[in-house]
Design a protein around this ligand. Sequence first.
Ligand code: SF4
Length: 303
Amino acid sequence: MSHSLTEKAKYNFNKLQKRLRRHTGQAIADFNMIEEGDRIMVCMSGGKDSYTMLDILQNLQRSAPIKFELIAVNLDQKQPGFPEHILPEYFQSLGIEYKIVEEDTYKIVTDIIPEGKTTCSLCSRLRRGILYRTATEIGATKIALGHHRDDIVETLFLNMFYGGKLKSMPAKLASDDGQHMVIRPLAYCKEADIAAYAEHQKFPIIPCNLCGSQENLQRKNIKMMLQEWNKSHPGRIETIFTAIQNVTPSHLADLSLFDFANLQKTDVPLGEGDIALDKPDVPAIPVGLEQESTTQAIAIELN
Ligand code: SF4
């Protein structure tokens, strides 16, 4: 009995690892994130996402048809209680090239920002500057961050609800000064998969509340909202992510993206026929989930 349980756990883990590899590989290919000879600076916070990113990238590196280097970088921001030995020991155990950058941004932030106010925007601006500088110093051609699909969907709603903008977090972006390329190889990976993987791999996670900053309440609310939706409508986060890959500017209202003012009649019938006044065609099963639902339906039938 226990033997078959172990076998099953092993099978499930293999499936999980394959899924993470497949999603990461797909994002890398779709966005052309990694090219021959790249030297990738993998930003390691010590959280589950960054450990998983490094692990999966190393895994892909072994079988990739192209050659690229990975260098793990951690920024020690001198937060009280930061266990500074954990990451170096972990990197040494992997035998991977790494660099620890020590900068007391904690002091700068706490000196400048009054107590009780949120420190994240200054802190992350400082961190960004240090990471860009480090990338130049170590000759990195790409900077990899561990944000995943759920971060991207959360950011979409944060920007919509609080910023009045329809934008999220790019999977690949050139820095403002044009000197750096930032990539997010986990962009297609689900947070739940990453959490399960990190737990199985027993990564030595460093807690993320050492700076004592108040949790970003808006992000927390959005996260809760999405989780509720996902509970009542399983697969909804997935569908929202599919939607941001299928954008139709002519059916939105951004005048800078579509030239509505100069829109002309074509005087020839459209390929799809006359659909202008039809109600939008909304599929019964959300796009991207059809396969899963069919499998579920079959399973129900078989039962
Ligand atoms: S949570 Fe703390 S370490 Fe993270 S960005 Fe905010 S202030 Fe900085």
